[in-house]
Design a protein around this ligand. Structure first.
Ligand SMILES: [Cu+2]
Length: 166
């Protein structure tokens, strides 16, 4: 069972790494050596609610650390109207531009294809009571990286935070 969970986490990490680094959406397996974290991921729990807020807005991590973000939507509104995700952006990304581009990207769960390369890691969308997660490697470069919910309107209403890598 434990091996199975680990395999799932690794698979998710591989997919995420692949998605962030290539502009194609092929589903071929990434080379195992590339994404396999050497240490177990540290889990960070977050919630999002109907007020369009994360419960935690500042995260810290060590450079290159493997993190597992678990985001639970604790709200009750229907998913079409209110869903949340966690999108971590590369340093220097214009967050307003990103969320503008995300606005019409419902087909891709509000991850705009045109700005996919700006994403370090992202979860899927969590509707009421749902939990989504992503395991990824934190950038090796120290600094502050923005994360946000790309569901239309949520960033503007404050659904955002920072990951401080130091
Ligand atoms: Cu949201």
């Amino acid at each position: 069972m434990r091996m199975f969970s680990l395999a799932c986490a690794l698979a998710v990490a591989s997919i995420s790494a692949g998605a962030a680094q290539t502009s194609t959406t092929t589903t071929k397996k990434a080379p195992a050596a590339k994404a396999a974290p050497s240490a177990a991921a540290r889990t960070i729990q977050l919630t999002g609610d109907d007020k369009m807020k994360y419960d935690v807005t500042e995260l810290t991590a060590k450079p290159g650390e493997t993190l597992k973000i678990v985001l639970k939507n604790v709200g009750t509104m229907p998913k079409m109207a209110m869903a949340h995700n966690f999108v971590l952006l590369k340093a220097g990304t214009d967050q307003v531009e990103f969320t503008k581009a995300a606005f019409n990207a419902r087909d891709t769960d509000f991850i705009p294809a045109a700005m996919k390369d700006a994403v370090i890691a992202h979860t899927g969308l969590a509707g009421p009571g749902e939990t989504v997660e992503i395991t990824f490697k934190v950038p090796a470069k120290a600094g502050t990286y923005a994360f946000l919910c790309s569901f239309p309107g949520h960033f503007a209403l404050g659904m955002k935070g920072s990951l401080v890598v130091k």
